[in-house]
Design a protein around this ligand. Structure first.
Ligand SMILES: [Zn+2]
Length: 151
């Protein structure tokens, strides 16, 4: 299992499919594992779109914890149980400890380059990266379909 995000690049016929890695972790000093947050990005090193790590700010992590401590209906719907929210909060505390010692900027997960430009779609589902307009198509789970494979 994996998950994908799919977008179109103006002027190109094939959609761009980015496959995220579900089982990619940081190994912390105490040997525990922490899931690597990921996003689609343009990488100068690869000269292509791929997957980069996301390094949230400490403020961002605190505000996520706060949200989970006073959950909205929507968060209840996503997490379903108090227990699931509790373990999400635990993970955020672990991420905070990791974030405190992380100094280097986010890297491309394929080549390690820090020359990356994240793909972050605006309200209108488009964004401009590397001089090209991108249009969000969809995000989905599962195996890569043959007809969608990038040539
Ligand atoms: Zn790269």
């Amino acid at each position: 299992m994996a998950w994908f995000t799919e977008f179109r690049i103006d002027g190109e016929t094939e959609p761009c499919m980015i496959c995220f890695y579900l089982t990619l972790n940081y190994r912390l000093p105490d040997k525990s594992l922490l899931r690597i947050e990921q996003e689609a990005a343009w990488c100068e090193g690869c000269r292509s779109f791929g997957v980069a790590e996301v390094i949230p700010s400490i403020e961002e992590l605190y505000s996520r914890i706060q949200e989970l401590q006073t959950p909205t209906q929507k968060l209840f719907f996503i997490y379903r149980t108090q227990e699931a929210m509790g373990s999400a909060i635990d993970e955020l505390h672990t991420r905070l400890r990791w974030r405190g010692s992380r100094k280097s900027p986010a890297r491309c997960l394929a080549c390690g380059s820090t020359a990356i430009t994240p793909v972050r779609f605006a309200e209108d589902r488009t964004c401009v990266v590397n001089g090209k307009r991108l249009r969000y198509v969809t995000r989905h789970h599962g195996q890569r379909h043959r007809h969608l494979r990038r040539s």
